[in-house]
Ligand binder design. Structure first.
Ligand SMILES: NC(=O)c1ccc[n+]([C@@H]2O[C@H](COP(=O)([O-])OP(=O)(O)OC[C@H]3O[C@@H](n4cnc5c(N)ncnc54)[C@H](O)[C@@H]3O)[C@@H](O)[C@H]2O)c1
Length: 339
């Protein structure tokens, strides 16, 4: 059993904890946070299915005064585990790293940290082997995780020398107030960091793109245009995507009209919090532009990075040493399968 701890019990941390708890060959030792946030209060109201550790021992009373049981400190948690999944607010992971280094505990950081926090910028499908045995890994952001799943799948089948994309980015997560009550689109400086991150992980692909923030919360949509080395067509692309366990092919014709349909469908499936691990590609969005191919994918930002995080645990702790075996185990325990 690989012992895993989660630091930061927010949007991503809660889902990482659930994901690790679902793995038959991992033990979730506990989660750490600093304050009685809503997810921490919900954890207590659910009867503490996971042990909670405080990251700021001198402020432990913030939790205990609210009747929330505290099992120890983050520093103690770090000593009990083989690896930490750090999903604290962007920038805090780099500070926590000092603690992980002090006890020689491996760690996986999230997209909000700078790349220099880790030895390996990691994606379960695109560069699993680079993570094998590594001490510090950083996961790609939600958009990049989903984008790379699609581009890597095409790359392995027909080769991808070039891609360009537009990213339509949800501006906040459901329940957020800190981004304001907005009704506007905002254009970012090009190239988007997702295109640059893709090139860091897949250096043989020339990638660029534009990102536009949109005032919605249920998922981003990316529309990549992909140049392939070998000839591709719609049927071939559908074959590639259907074979990928973490890519779901959906149809407008069936009622999947956009991001909100996928969020609603995840809730109809009974998935906790309306989560979906898979990115979705709309069958009717696939179109040729000369020899290039273009399509639209949905990125469920809150849940998409969970499987690749668990792949990172497998790679770093050498539970498996190949992408095929590592991603297959994660998929098995998270009940993700090609359809
Ligand atoms: N929200 C998304 O859609 C999303 C998607 C992919 C990646 N990410 C990345 O995941 C990371 C976490 O984002 P989030 O949206 O879950 O943030 P969040 O604000 O929902 O959660 C962060 C949690 O960390 C806690 N925290 C702060 N300082 C801490 C400390 N020193 N020790 C322990 N806990 C501490 C906060 O109290 C909070 O509960 C960021 O790097 C972000 O860029 C977010």
């Amino acid at each position: 059993m690989t012992k895993v701890g989660v630091a930061g019990y927010g949007v991503i941390g809660q889902r990482l904890a659930d994901g690790v708890a679902a793995q038959g060959d991992m033990e979730l030792v506990g989660v750490a946070d600093v304050a009685p946030t809503l997810p921490v209060r919900a954890l207590a109201e659910r009867g503490m299915p996971y042990k909670l550790f405080t990251a700021v021992p001198e402020k432990k009373n913030l939790l205990t005064d609210e009747g929330i049981p505290v099992s120890g400190t983050l520093e103690e948690l770090v000593q009990e585990v083989d690896i930490m999944l750090d999903a604290t607010s962007a920038g805090i992971g780099a500070k926590n790293k000092e603690l992980y280094q002090k006890y020689n505990t491996k760690a996986v950081f999230q997209g909000g940290e700078t790349n220099d926090v880790a030895d390996v910028f990691f994606h379960g499908y695109a560069n699993f082997e680079k993570g094998v045995g590594a001490d510090y890994l950083k996961l790609t952001s939600c958009n990049t995780t989903g984008l790379i799943r699609a581009i890597d799948a095409i790359d392995r089948a027909v080769g991808v020398p070039r891609t360009a994309m537009t990213i339509i980015r949800r501006v906040a997560d459901p329940g957020d107030y800190h981004r304001g009550l907005t009704n506007a689109l905002k254009v970012d400086h090009a190239p988007s960091h997702q295109a640059e991150d893709l090139m860091t992980i897949m250096p043989h692909v020339a990638a660029t793109g534009i990102l536009i923030h949109t005032p919605v919360t249920h998922g981003h949509i990316i529309t990549p245009v992909v140049t392939t080395r070998d000839k591709i067509n719609k049927e071939k692309l559908l074959e590639i995507f259907h074979a990928h366990p973490r890519i779901r092919v959906v149809r407008l014709e069936d009622g999947f009209l956009g991001n909100a349909s996928l969020f609603k469908y995840a809730r109809d499936l009974g998935n906790p919090r309306g989560d979906m691990y898979e990115i979705a590609v709309w069958e009717e969005s696939i179109v040729m532009s000369g020899d290039d191919i273009m399509f639209a994918i949905n990125i469920p930002q809150e849940a998409v990075v969970i499987p690749e995080n668990i792949d990172a645990v497998r790679a770093a702790t050498k539970m498996q040493t190949t992408r095929e075996t590592g991603t297959a185990k994660t998929n098995e325990y998270l009940k993700i399968k090609a359809r």
